[in-house]
Write a protein that binds this ligand. Structure first.
Ligand SMILES: [Zn+2]
Length: 102
């Protein structure tokens, strides 16, 4: 099975079927049910593209100053996770996430 990533956030994802139809409708004397089932990512309901995501580096630091808009304060321990996202035919990019270590 080919790996696949979410086109929105770039993480590996599962495909889910989501109905984007309007549901029940009434038009004049006609009644119907509009259904438009698409396969989308389970995280963002976005397109799924071939590719993969790999964690390339994790490190634990002690913050010397406030980070992440004040979520991580100076002196607190946090973990940095660097992930490389690759679209099969497109550009690769890197995301960095900082998480407090309790
Ligand atoms: Zn996503």
């Amino acid at each position: 099975m080919a790996d696949q990533i979410c086109d929105s956030c770039g993480r590996e994802c599962e495909a889910v079927n989501q109905d984007f139809g309007y549901g029940d409708y009434e038009y004049g004397s006609q009644r119907g049910y509009d259904s438009n089932v698409c396969e989308v990512s389970d995280c963002c309901e976005a397109d799924i593209v071939p590719g993969w995501a790999r964690v390339i580096r994790t490190a634990t630091h002690v913050a010397r100053k406030d980070h992440a808009g004040g979520r991580i304060k100076a002196g607190q321990k946090y973990q940095v996770t660097v992930t490389r996202h690759v679209r099969e035919n497109g550009p690769a990019w890197i995301t960095t996430r900082k998480k407090l270590v309790k």
